[in-house]
Design a protein around this ligand. Structure first.
Ligand code: AMP
Ligand code: SF4
Length: 469
C-alpha cells in the first residue's frame, strides 16, 4: 500500500440530513429531527424551506439549539424543508461550507444538502472551473448543484440522473425545489437514508431515531442508486444506474449512529450488543467486571457481560456537559488528574480485574488514557476487548477515521498495540464475527480490510485521472 496516497485526505463530511414533504411547520419538525441527529455533526447546521412561492433559508455555525430560535424557524416558512447537521475536520470548516446550499437559477431555485464524500470531487471541480463555474464553498455538495445546472435544457430529474452518474463515492443527497423534494443515495448504498410517513406527508432522514422524535412512522430505506421524488399527489422512484449493490458502512453500526436507530432495518443497539456477545465467545478472559466506554460501547459491554456471565458495571462516567469548544486542562493539570470527559468510578474499579469494552481503536490515544486512569484508580488488571476489527485503512466516504499514518493498527500488530496502550490483554472482534453480529454479509468494511467498494482517485490517488462528463 502506498502510504503517501493515504496521508492526503481532505474534507470529511460525517453529517446528517433530514427532509420534510407536505407537513405543517416543516422547519420546526426539521429542527427537532436535526437536534436528534446532533451526534452526526456539531460544527454547523441549516434549514432551507419553501411555501411553494419562494425558498427560505438559515444556516449557522454551532449546535442546532444555538443556531435556531423561534425567529429563525418562523422565517423558514412552508411545509417542505430540508436540513443538515455538519461535522468537518479543519480542512473544510467555515460558514461557507455550512449546508443546505441555496441556488438561484433561471430554471428554478433549489436547495441542496448531503452526507458523505465524493472521491472524484477534485477532478470534477477542476473541470467545471475550467468551463467557467465559480464555486462558493470548498464542500463536495456544491459539485452536484453545478452538474445539475450544467444540463439546464433537460428536465430536472434527467439532469440529476446524469449528474449522479458522474459522482463516485458515498453519499445521500436531498434537493428541495418550490414544488418537489428529491432524495437519493449512492449506488453502493454506503450512507444511510430512510423514508417515513407523517400525517399527509413524508419525512426523509439519515437516521430513523429522528422519526421517533417527531412521531413519524418508518416506511422504507431509499435504495442504492435510487432517486425518490416527492411531488404534489405522488411519490415516484427511479434509478440513475442499474449497477448497484448494498454496501452500507459498517461504522454506522459500530460507532456512528444512535443506538435507537435502525440502519437498513437492523437496530444499532442490538447489533452492538451482539458484537459484545461474539467478542465474549471469540476472546474470553477471566475477570470480575465488564465495563464499557460511554456512550457508544455500552451496548457491546452489556452483550459481553450477558454472554460471559461476568457482571456488567458502570465503571466510567462521561460528563454530559462537555461542550464542543472547551479549555483543555494543561499537561500539568492533567498530570494532577484533572479530567474533563471521562472519570472512573473508584469504588467500582478499585482492586478489580476489569474487562474494558470499546467500540474501536483509531489512534490508540483514548484507550491508552483510559487504561492508565483505571490503573491509577486501583484496577488490578485491565483486559481490553474491541467491538470492531483493527482499523488498518482510512475512510474516503465521509467518516472521519483519521489518516493512514495516524491509524495505530496500520503499523502495529495486536501485541504491539497492547503494549502501547498498556493493558494486560487485548483482542479485537474478527471480520466474520462482526458480520455475524450485525447480521449482514455485504457491507463496506474497507477501513478493516483495505478493500474499497469504489475507485479511489481524487485527492487520494491519481489526480490526473480523467472523469468522464
Ligand atoms: P482513538 O483515541 O483515536 O483510538 O479513538 C478511539 C475512540 O474514538 C473510540 O472510543 C471510539 O468510540 C471513537 N471513535 C471511533 N470512530 C470515530 C470517528 N469516526 N470520529 C470520532 N470518534 C470516533
Ligand atoms: Fe464505513 Fe469504513 Fe467503509 Fe468508510 S471505509 S464507509 S468508515 S466501513
Amino acid at each position: 500500500m502506498n502510504q503517501s496516497i493515504y496521508q492526503d485526505q481532505q474534507i470529511h463530511e460525517e453529517c446528517g440530513v433530514f427532509g420534510v414533504f407536505n407537513v405543517d411547520k416543516a422547519s420546526e419538525l426539521t429542527y427537532y429531527a436535526l437536534h436528534a441527529m446532533q451526534h452526526r455533526g456539531q460544527e454547523g447546521c441549516g434549514i432551507v424551506s419553501t411555501d411553494g412561492e419562494k425558498l427560505y433559508g438559515h444556516r449557522g455555525m454551532g449546535l442546532v439549539k444555538e443556531t435556531f430560535h423561534e425567529q429563525e424557524l418562523r422565517a423558514c416558512k412552508g411545509n417542505f424543508a430540508i436540513g443538515h447537521v455538519r461535522y468537518s475536520t479543519a480542512g473544510g470548516s467555515g460558514p461557507n461550507n455550512v449546508q443546505p446550499f441555496m441556488f438561484n437559477h433561471s430554471t428554478g431555485d433549489f436547495g441542496l444538502c448531503h452526507n458523505g464524500n465524493i472521491v472524484n470531487s477534485k477532478q470534477i471541480r477542476e473541470k467545471l472551473e475550467r468551463n467557467g463555474s465559480i464555486f462558493q464553498s470548498t464542500s463536495d455538495t456544491e459539485i452536484l448543484a453545478h452538474l445539475v445546472k450544467k444540463n439546464a435544457t433537460r428536465s430536472r430529474l434527467e439532469s440529476i440522473k446524469e449528474a449522479l452518474n458522474i459522482l463516485i463515492g458515498g453519499f445521500a443527497f436531498l434537493i428541495i425545489t418550490k414544488d418537489k423534494l428529491y432524495a437519493m443515495r449512492d449506488k453502493n448504498g454506503l450512507r444511510p437514508l430512510s423514508i417515513g410517513k407523517l400525517q399527509d406527508g413524508y419525512v426523509i432522514s439519515s437516521e430513523t431515531c429522528a422519526f421517533d422524535v417527531i412521531g413519524a412512522e418508518f416506511i422504507r430505506d431509499v435504495l442504492p442508486g435510487e432517486i425518490v421524488t416527492f411531488s404534489k399527489n405522488k411519490v415516484t422512484s427511479c434509478f440513475y444506474t442499474e449497477d448497484t449493490c448494498h454496501k452500507i458502512c459498517a461504522m454506522e453500526y459500530i460507532y456512528f449512529s444512535r443506538p435507537d436507530s435502525d440502519i437498513c432495518g437492523i437496530n444499532v443497539h442490538a447489533s452492538r450488543k451482539m458484537a459484545g456477545k461474539v467478542l465474549a465467545q471469540e476472546a474470553p478472559v477471566d475477570a470480575d467486571i465488564v465495563i464499557g466506554v460511554p456512550d457508544s460501547s455500552l451496548s457491546a459491554a452489556v452483550g459481553y457481560a450477558e454472554e460471559s456471565g461476568i457482571p456488567y458495571e458502570v465503571g466510567l462516567i462521561k460528563n454530559k456537559y462537555m461542550g464542543r469548544t472547551f479549555i483543555e486542562p494543561s499537561q500539568e493539570l492533567r498530570d494532577k488528574g484533572v479530567r474533563m470527559k471521562l472519570s472512573p468510578v473508584r469504588s467500582i474499579v478499585k482492586g478489580k480485574r476489569i474487562i474494558l469494552i470499546d467500540d474501536s481503536i483509531v489512534r490508540g490515544t483514548t484507550s491508552t488514557k483510559i487504561v492508565k486512569m483505571l490503573r491509577d484508580m486501583g484496577a488490578s488488571e485491565v483486559h481490553m476487548r474491541i467491538a470492531s476489527p483493527p482499523m488498518i485503512s482510512p475512510c474516503f466516504y465521509g467518516v472521519d477515521t483519521s489518516t493512514y499514518d495516524e491509524l495505530i493498527s496500520a503499523f502495529h500488530n495486536v501485541e504491539e498495540v497492547r503494549k502501547i496502550t498498556g493493558c494486560d490483554s487485548l483482542a479485537f472482534i474478527s471480520m466474520e464475527g462482526l458480520k455475524r453480529a450485525i447480521g449482514l454479509n455485504d457491507m463496506c468494511m474497507a477501513c478493516f480490510s483495505g478493500n474499497y467498494p469504489t475507485e479511489l482517485f481524487d485527492s487520494i490517488k491519481d489526480a490526473n485521472k480523467e472523469t468522464k462528463f
